[in-house]
Structures are given as structure tokens and as C-alpha cells.
Design a protein around this ligand. Structure first.
Ligand SMILES: Cc1cc2nc3c(=O)[nH]c(=O)nc-3n(C[C@H](O)[C@H](O)[C@H](O)COP(=O)(O)O)c2cc1C
Length: 185
């Protein structure tokens, strides 16, 4: 695994959708071209890897804890995630999940769809993640779970509504103008 880190952000355009598919345990079996282009890996470098191989150390554990708790129940969660690309640079995405079952009702596959995050959402998320990470380093994840719950309670929001509110700050006009541009590029 490549552990180097670069203080360089890869920007994601509002047309980019980074898709990966994994088995029930998070082992990648597919990454689309956009995911490969942004992350800098080839298809063969990603297939068979546990998804944590792109984990960025700035990510608090509690976000993945909530993510797994939700997707194991076959429920979507919109998670804002900082990922590490192959060269050590980073990119921010908001990820939504779909779960597929096999004929017996067991989880066969998870599919992640990642899109760009607005600057205004990151202005809230980056300082929050810094606090969560510090709490985890000093007191463990159970303390960061309590902190995040209190943070959401204070705002009278559940996690998904909190993220949806932050993210709807991406103006629709920006999304549509990019979609129209992509038709001509
Ligand atoms: C479909 C799917 C997509 C995932 N996408 C990411 C991702 O983009 N970045 C990431 O760090 N972890 C992602 N994960 C979570 C990882 O499997 C892992 O839980 C996380 O990186 C934390 O690693 P750790 O549990 O080893 O600390 C994804 C998991 C699934 C099932």
C-alpha cells in the first residue's frame, strides 16, 4: 500500500460520478473509469483490494462506523469522505450507497456512487472531522460517537438530513450548466 501523502487536492467536477462495487465485506470488484482516473489506479490495482486501501488518515473512524452500520441494514447513507489517490494527493466526495441481495436475501454487493462536494459543505465538515479525529486519538471512537450525536442533537438533525442540508448548497444551476457543457465536449 502506498502510504505517502501530498497536500494537493484533486478537484472533482460536478459531472464526475466515481463508482465502485464491492462484495459484502468491502472488497472491490469494479471501479468505473472516473474512479480510476481520479484515484490514479488501474483496474487491476483496485480489484481484489479492501476498500480501505484508499482511506485517508484525516478521516475519522466514526464516519465509517456509521456507514457500515447503515449499509449492513441495506440503508443508504450519504457520507462525505476524503480519499487518498495513488500519488498521495486527496479528493473529497459525497458517497451514496446501494445494496444488492442474492436470491436468499443475503448481501451480495454494495455499490458506491461518489460526487463532488460543495465548498460550503467542506467548510462545515473539515473542522468537524478534525475535532472527531482528535477525540478518537485521545479517547477512542466511543467518545467521537457521543460527540457526533450531541452535535446532531443540538441541530435537531439526523445524520442524513444534516449531510443533505449541507450538500444542497451546490447550486442546481452549476450542475445543469456542467451537464449541458458535457453534451458538447
Ligand atoms: C461500497 C463501499 C465503498 C467504500 N468506499 C470507501 C471510500 O471511498 N473511502 C474509504 O476510505 N473507505 C471506503 N469504504 C469503507 C472501507 O471499506 C473501510 O471501512 C474504511 O476505509 C475504513 O477502513 P478501516 O475499517 O480499515 O479503518 C467503502 C466501503 C464500501 C462497502
Amino acid at each position: 500500500m502506498n502510504e505517502n501523502l501530498l497536500d494537493k487536492e484533486i478537484s472533482i467536477s460536478s459531472r464526475d460520478i466515481l463508482v465502485t462495487r464491492t462484495d459484502h465485506a468491502g472488497v472491490i470488484n469494479y471501479g468505473n473509469d472516473v474512479f480510476l482516473r481520479i484515484s490514479g489506479y488501474s483496474s487491476t490495482e483496485t480489484i481484489g483490494q479492501n476498500h480501505n486501501f484508499i482511506r485517508h488518515p484525516d478521516m475519522p473512524k466514526v464516519i465509517f462506523y456509521l456507514m457500515w452500520k447503515s449499509i449492513k441494514k441495506r440503508k443508504n447513507i450519504s457520507a462525505i469522505v476524503k480519499n487518498r489517490a495513488k500519488d498521495g494527493s486527496y479528493y473529497w466526495v459525497i458517497t451514496d450507497f446501494k445494496t444488492q441481495e442474492d436470491y436468499s436475501g443475503s448481501i451480495k454487493e454494495h455499490i458506491a456512487y461518489r460526487r463532488a462536494v460543495s465548498k460550503s459543505a467542506l467548510e462545515v465538515i473539515e473542522p468537524l472531522y478534525k475535532i472527531l479525529l482528535k477525540i478518537e486519538k485521545e479517547n477512542g471512537m466511543s467518545a467521537s460517537i457521543i460527540y457526533l450525536n450531541r452535535y446532531l442533537e443540538e441541530r435537531e438533525l439526523d445524520y442524513n438530513t444534516f449531510i443533505a442540508q449541507l450538500n444542497k448548497k451546490i447550486p442546481l444551476s452549476e450542475i445543469w450548466s456542467n451537464k449541458i457543457k458535457s453534451l458538447f465536449s
